[in-house]
Design a protein around this ligand. Structure first.
Ligand code: HEM
Ligand code: HEM
Length: 243
């Protein structure tokens, strides 16, 4: 019998209404989380230097990053399909994935690939550690060297992260950054793929409540958390008695 492989995919032409050219991957809260986290972490970096114009924003940026991490911890259990930890934490698949890459095999991945899932956890953990060490400085129990060292580690990881995103975009011939903006990937690269299951019905209000509770908790720990410049020791210019 001749072995003729016919493409049996939902993209088959002529099936109007079913043949959507884009597959839903990242839900809106996950995308908002990502770009807000990137913005706050980058703001924390550029505002870290004492005496600069942005310095008064350092602690507020760090606290917002902390709240975002709190949100992501919850969203990892109740969010959309590809945002859930159990769908992208696959330590057993990392070895095969890396071996495949070394042999030039790039499997298209709808959500995070096995290495990307691991990188997600490492990035989330490192931001948490940086925020915790910064918050300890406010509490008077922290170490500046530790905070600065962890922040340096985070900067290196972010550089690696962006490089990996660019390299994987080229290798998989798929614009991963655009997917993190629009939430969709072209079906042509993922034949047969189905739209990601959305978050549970009450997930969005529950997450909103968690964000409000997080902001309240931060306010209790540090009443000046969201008041730019209220921490003289956090890199802002001290009262003008030094010139
Ligand atoms: C992702 C978040 C953060 C990043 C990347 C970050 C990064 C840094 C860096 C690199 C420095 C050293 C600046 C220097 O060269 O002297 C610094 C200083 C500092 N950070 Fe953060 N930070 C973050 C979050 C926080 C948070 C959440 C807090 C407090 C709640 C905080 C409080 C401070 C304080 C008080 C200093 C000044 C230490 C001093 O020189 O007296 N940071 N931060
Ligand atoms: C301080 C900066 C950044 C941090 C802390 C950060 C952190 C993260 C985290 C935690 C994830 C996992 C998303 C999730 O499931 O929640 C992620 C994914 C992603 N990030 Fe970033 N990111 C940063 C900057 C950037 C930048 C500048 C770009 C653009 C080049 C970028 C592109 C992406 C993409 C495309 C993904 C999805 C990767 C995939 O398809 O598996 N990130 N990032």
């Amino acid at each position: 019998m001749p072995d003729i492989a016919l493409p049996i995919t939902p993209t088959a032409p002529g099936r109007k209404g079913h043949a959507n050219a884009a597959v839903k991957v990242w839900d809106l809260p996950t995308r908002l989380f990502h770009w807000l986290l990137a913005a706050t972490v980058l703001l924390a970096f550029v505002s870290a230097e004492e005496g600069t114009g942005l310095a008064p924003w350092h602690v507020a940026a760090g606290w917002v990053a902390a709240i975002l991490i709190g949100f992501r911890m919850i969203w990892g259990f109740i969010g959309g399909q590809h945002a859930r930890f159990r769908n992208f934490i696959r330590p057993g698949a990392v070895g095969d994935h890396v071996a495949g890459l070394l042999h030039g095999r790039v499997e298209p991945s709808l959500g995070h690939n096995p290495l990307g899932g691991l990188a997600t956890l490492v990035l989330l953990a490192t931001v948490t550690a940086v925020v915790w060490s910064g918050a300890s400085l406010i509490g008077g129990t922290g170490s500046e060297d530790l905070h600065e060292g962890l922040a340096g580690g985070l900067l290196a990881l972010v550089g690696l992260h962006v490089a990996a995103v660019v390299v994987m975009s080229v290798l998989s011939r798929e614009n991963l950054v655009r997917a993190m903006v629009t939430g969709v990937k072209p079906r042509a690269r993922h034949p047969g793929a189905v739209d990601a299951a959305p978050a549970a019905g009450l997930a969005a209000p529950a997450a909103a409540l968690a964000i409000i509770a997080g902001a309240y908790a931060v306010q209790q720990v540090d009443s000046g958390a969201f008041v730019p410049g209220s921490h003289a020791e956090a890199g802002e210019t001290e009262d003008a008695d030094h010139d």
